[in-house]
Write a protein that binds this ligand. Structure first.
Ligand SMILES: [Zn+2]
Length: 55
């Protein structure tokens, strides 16, 4: 049986340049907005735009 998750779930943050997942964050289910952040990408070796994506 699947583990019951309440309130929040985990999503990945994907680099928009190389397309790799670099971060996993917990997101509240009531927040429908797509998360977009500038984060450091170790593959691009610079700060890039990261967007939310399913892990
Ligand atoms: Zn990257």
């Amino acid at each position: 049986m699947a583990k019951k998750s309440q309130g929040s779930h985990t999503v990945g943050l994907k680099c928009s340049v190389c397309g790799r997942f670099n971060y996993a964050i917990r997101k509240n289910r009531s927040n429908r907005k797509k998360i977009e952040l500038r984060k450091y990408c170790k593959w691009c070796r610079k700060h890039t735009h990261h967007t939310e994506g399913k892990l």
